[in-house]
Design a protein around this ligand. Structure first.
Ligand code: CA
Length: 439
């Protein structure tokens, strides 16, 4: 099976702050990047509301997608003469790497939760639907788009190809850890990728790591662990995300309330409110459009929508305390009632947010998410699962950590007229420890 792999007359490069250069020689890659569906990723930030915490985090899914493509290109270059590698799949891997995040929408995390959407569904829809992307892929070979979609959906028969794009040590993770570290400016997230690429070996249906590269992989696993807790789950970022979700809930509620008239009709959101989003409508809603609505909704007649939009646009975020509603059910119910009495709607202003992560795991059959482990290739050609050989990785393997926070607008609490209610609310919240100021 040989794909029509037309080359550009001369190699093109994109300057990249993480990988220095992204190299493009295949015409299909160049043409995919130029499509409206791919260019749209410039208007979707990679890290959603993280820039409220780390102001440098303005990079887009476009940057990240090019980065994943570049890493896969380098891996394949190293693989080309290895016995288990089938070089006919080169173009398939490159296209899947470039397009793996194509279906992400604005502030994916919150939109997916509120409107029950799935970006993976839209990635498939863009690749297989009536789109520029689909036409370009089908020019390579008839049925090629379906193969790209299968690799991204992890259903493609050659699991070696799938593992380059999604596994516990894949090009996706290697790019976002370094890129997110670079743009947030934190000192976590760095590891020696060049070293890892040099010790990766394709063996039948998986990529393994030569045992001499174990310490570079340990470093990668630890950076991932630290990035999750220091950056991705940062409580201030989550505060902005909580407000964003509540804006979407409120706007949907108002839309469904017949007697409410928006001054700015939520045209671009209507299919989201109705739960039936066609592909062309989905592609129109980027972060610029979302900001446009939030800016203008500050003038609506509904005080909750107005207030939440004003908070989001001006970064007047909710404060938070440690709070696990499963363990503190009575306090939770009392707070809920006190907020109601104080006329602060708890549905919008008293919000628990939980985040959890599993930094690395080995295969445990039957669990909800079966993870393929990372294997080390020992000098005697035996394969050994990473955590059996690395004490550092063993110490965090299979340990899921969850963090619960309770978010609320401290400024509104100070305005409560009834001193008894105000004091009781503060006693419960402050009893949870120091109130964290969102600076
Ligand atoms: Ca990704």
């Amino acid at each position: 099976m040989a794909y029509k792999d037309e080359q550009l007359n001369e190699e093109k490069v994109f300057k990249d702050p993480v990988h220095r250069y992204v190299h493009v020689k295949d015409r299909v890659i160049w043409d995919l990047i130029a499509t409206p569906e791919f260019q749209r990723l410039r208007r979707i930030k990679q890290l959603g509301t993280t820039n409220y915490t780390f102001h440098g985090a303005e990079h887009s899914r476009f940057n990240h997608s090019l980065g994943v493509y570049e890493i896969v290109r380098r891996i394949i270059y190293n693989f080309q003469d290895r016995p288990h590698w089938n070089n006919d799949e080169r173009l398939l891997c490159l296209c899947a790497a470039l397009l793996h995040d194509l279906g992400h929408g604005p502030f994916s995390h919150s939109f997916e939760k509120v409107f029950k959407l799935d970006h993976e569904y839209f990635t498939q829809a863009i690749i297989l639907g009536d789109t520029y992307i689909n036409k370009i892929l089908e020019r390579v070979a008839s049925g090629f788009a379906q193969k790209v979609a299968d690799v991204i959906a992890k259903t493609y028969e050659d699991k070696l190809v799938v593992s380059l794009i999604s596994s516990q040590i894949d090009a996706d993770r290697m790019d976002y850890l370094q890129r997110d570290a670079y743009f947030t400016g934190v000192s976590y997230g760095h590891f020696d990728m060049e070293r890892i690429l040099r010790v990766m070996r394709p063996i039948e249906d998986q990529v393994v790591i030569k045992s001499t590269g174990m310490h570079a992989v340990e470093d990668y696993i630890m950076s991932r662990y630290q990035m999750y807790w220091q950056v991705y789950f940062h409580p201030v970022t989550r505060s902005a995300e909580v407000i964003l979700s509540k804006i979407l809930h409120r706007a949907k509620y108002l839309y469904e309330t017949n007697d409410f008239k928006f001054k700015l009709k939520p045209t671009h959101f209507i299919s989201f409110f109705k739960g039936k989003v066609a592909l062309d409508e989905y592609l129109k809603l980027d972060e610029s459009i979302v900001h446009y609505y939030f800016q203008l909704w500050q003038e609506e007649d509904d005080s909750i929508l107005r207030d939440l939009c004003e908070r989001f646009m001006n970064r007047r975020l909710f404060k938070y305390v440690e709070f696990n509603p499963n363990l503190q059910m009575n306090e939770w119910m009392e707070l809920y009632r006190l907020f109601q009495k104080a006329n602060i709607d708890p549905e919008y202003y008293l919000v628990v947010d939980s985040s959890s992560d599993l930094p690395y795991d080995f295969y445990r059959p039957g669990e909800e998410e079966e993870r393929l482990p990372i294997h080390l290739l020992m000098p005697n050609n035996e394969l050994k699962e990473l955590s059996r050989h690395s004490d550092i990785v063993e110490s965090i393997s299979g340990r899921k950590r969850t963090d619960h926070k309770l978010y609320f607008p401290n400024d509104l609490l100070n305005d409560i007229k009834d001193e008894n209610i105000k004091n009781r609310i503060k006693a419960i919240l402050y009893g949870r420890g120091e109130i964290k100021n969102v600076k």
